[in-house]
Ligand binder design. Structure first.
Ligand SMILES: [Zn+2]
Length: 546
């Protein structure tokens, strides 16, 4: 175990050296970044050997492998190409330091080196910090505390509880399983009658667990990757339930401060792995919808998210903040801004527009919901063609089901609008369009669509063909012409035989229509066109067509 392998003396000396090497006032950016990475669970798989710490740190979607030389901090290195100290190897050090003393104290000492606080984990101080921990672990005791930052104390206690549980190496999937099956269940779900603060504490415990979960990188493929996804997905409803239970409680003015102090912790989830983006967004949206209801908070959040996204270099880094800013804008009923933010991103836009439409209709804001549908409708063609091939069927299903919800909510039955959608979604809407035309008994359009997709008579369900023939036999003639040409172009004997079969059928149709002169003209022309295809000519003669 890491804890037993770390020497208190070596760690304390390393901490002192680190403070000298990087004075806080000159290097606060690097230190703050390291502190943030450590606190938000970006450090894992930590080992120590020969006074060298090794581990992994994920930072903005990349995984780095820093190593920290406890006896020669300046000679540390990192795979981010840094020689010396970088946020990753400092975060690694903080992780290890947490095994011998409270990291928060160390950081405070670093910030203000002149205060007479000794950097040793003396037994006396440990006792104090353990006492504090006990207090902070039970929310109801805190009700009497006047400090505003109980939330900070909670997170610190979660972090300590977490570190006690995760001392040895685990695979990513095992780590997640332990989080949801062993770590989170140590928090007791409050009864519905329990006071606000008990519920609030439980929400934070759930958020903490969720933050840890979504910062564990997902394997690229295979069974573990599927299980990882499942752990995250199955945990989402637990967080959401805790949030919804909390939302039912009435809060006082004092609680309001705590709610506000929660916002930075909620933001932590946005820096999770992009592979869990949907789950992250689900939790983020629930808490902003149900608990963080004050419009001034929402204004502030929106500005914050927009500022964040403007500071990011790549679209991948921007996406979580775009989604956040858009959602909060929607909550503020600034729909135009909500839309403009997501508009350039077909996947995000499609999902969120449908989501926003849903919510509006559910709130009986029919006009607002319809507006969201029109926004989707306007972008159908451009979105369809910018999606990956594999996802276009998903898009078609999403749009058509959105239309159904739209038409139910607005009580409008605009079949023309629906048909236009089907047309715009071709060829991916082919089967749905076919079904629609069949149901509407639009026989001419049905045959035209089949012909457009170069279908042969043999590919069309018999009952479709029969229905069209019964309604108007002349409609199927072009289809037979096309089918015959299709087989002739294959240029082999068995295809020619198929062609002849359809020539015979076609003649029967002309006869039934009493249009034999047109048939004669057709067959003469066909014989002329195919005069060099001797095998086909033989078959025509054999069948007595010429
Ligand atoms: Zn680094």
């Amino acid at each position: 175990m890491l804890q037993t392998m770390l020497s208190q003396e070596v760690m304390t000396k390393a901490a002192q050296r680190l403070m000298k090497l990087l004075p806080y006032n000159k290097h606060s950016d690097v230190i703050k970044r390291a502190w943030q990475l450590y606190r938000t669970g970006h450090v894992y798989n930590v080992t120590v050997e020969d006074d060298i710490l090794k581990g992994k740190v994920t930072d903005r979607g990349h995984t780095y492998e820093p190593s920290f030389q406890l006896k020669q901090a300046a000679s540390s290195s990192c795979s981010c190409t840094t020689v010396g100290l970088c946020p990753h190897n400092i975060a690694l050090f903080l992780y290890a330091y947490n095994q011998i003393d409270v990291v928060g104290n160390f950081i405070r000492q670093w910030k203000e080196p002149n205060t007479k606080q000794k950097l040793t984990g003396s037994t006396e101080k440990q006792a104090v910090s353990e006492e504090k921990q006990k207090v902070t672990n039970t929310p109801s005791n805190i009700e009497h505390m006047t400090k505003t930052n109980i939330v900070d104390a909670w997170w610190q206690s979660f972090e300590e509880r977490y570190d006690r549980m995760f001392l040895y190496d685990l695979t990513e999937e095992e780590h997640m399983r332990k989080l949801v099956q062993s770590f989170f269940p140590t928090f007791e779900r409050p009864k519905s009658k329990a006071p606000f603060l008990d519920h609030f504490y439980y929400v934070h415990a759930a958020l903490f667990t969720f933050v840890k979960l979504v910062h564990i990188p997902q394997q690229e493929w295979g069974y573990s990757a599927i299980m990882q996804e499942r752990h995250v997905t199955q945990f989402v409803p637990k967080v959401q339930q805790a949030i919804k239970d909390l939302a039912k409680k009435t809060s006082t003015a004092m609680h309001e401060q705590l709610i506000y102090a929660s916002i930075p912790y909620v933001r932590n989830i946005l820096s999770g792995e992009l592979t869990y983006f949907r789950q992250i967004l689900d939790v983020y949206e629930t808490i902003w919808n149900d608990v963080l209801t004050d419009p001034t908070y929402r204004e502030e959040e929106c500005n914050w998210a927009i500022k964040q996204l403007n500071e990011k270099g790549s679209v991948e880094q921007q996406i979580p903040f775009i989604a956040a800013a858009s959602y909060v804008s929607f909550l503020l009923e600034n729909d135009q801004q909500a839309f403009e933010l997501i508009e350039p991103f077909p996947y995000l836009a499609t999902e969120q527009i449908v989501n926003f439409m849903h919510i509006s209709f559910a709130k009986k804001q029919i006009h607002r919901g319809a507006e969201w549908f029109y926004r989707l409708e306007k972008h159908i063609e451009s979105y369809l063609h910018s999606l990956r091939m594999n996802d276009r069927d998903w898009f078609v299903r999403t749009v058509l089901s959105a239309y159904r919800q739209y038409s139910i909510a607005t009580k409008s039955d605009e079949t023309e609008r629906y048909e236009q959608l089907l047309q715009k979604l071709l060829p991916y809407s082919f089967y749905m369009y076919i079904d629609y035309l069949f149901d509407e008994q639009k026989w001419k359009e049905l045959i035209e669509l089949y012909m457009l997709e170069k279908a042969t008579v043999d590919m069309i369900p018999t009952y479709h063909l029969k229905s069209v023939e019964q309604a108007d036999r002349s409609l199927v003639l072009p289809l037979y012409h096309q089918t015959i040409m299709y087989y002739i172009e294959q240029k082999n004997r068995s295809a020619y035989e198929q062609a002849i079969k359809h020539v015979r059928k076609l003649r029967a149709h002309y006869r039934a229509l009493k249009q034999m002169p047109r048939w004669e003209a057709y067959i003469t022309k066909l014989a002329e066109q195919t005069k060099r295809l001797r095998a086909f000519q033989d078959l025509l003669r054999k069948g007595k067509f010429i």
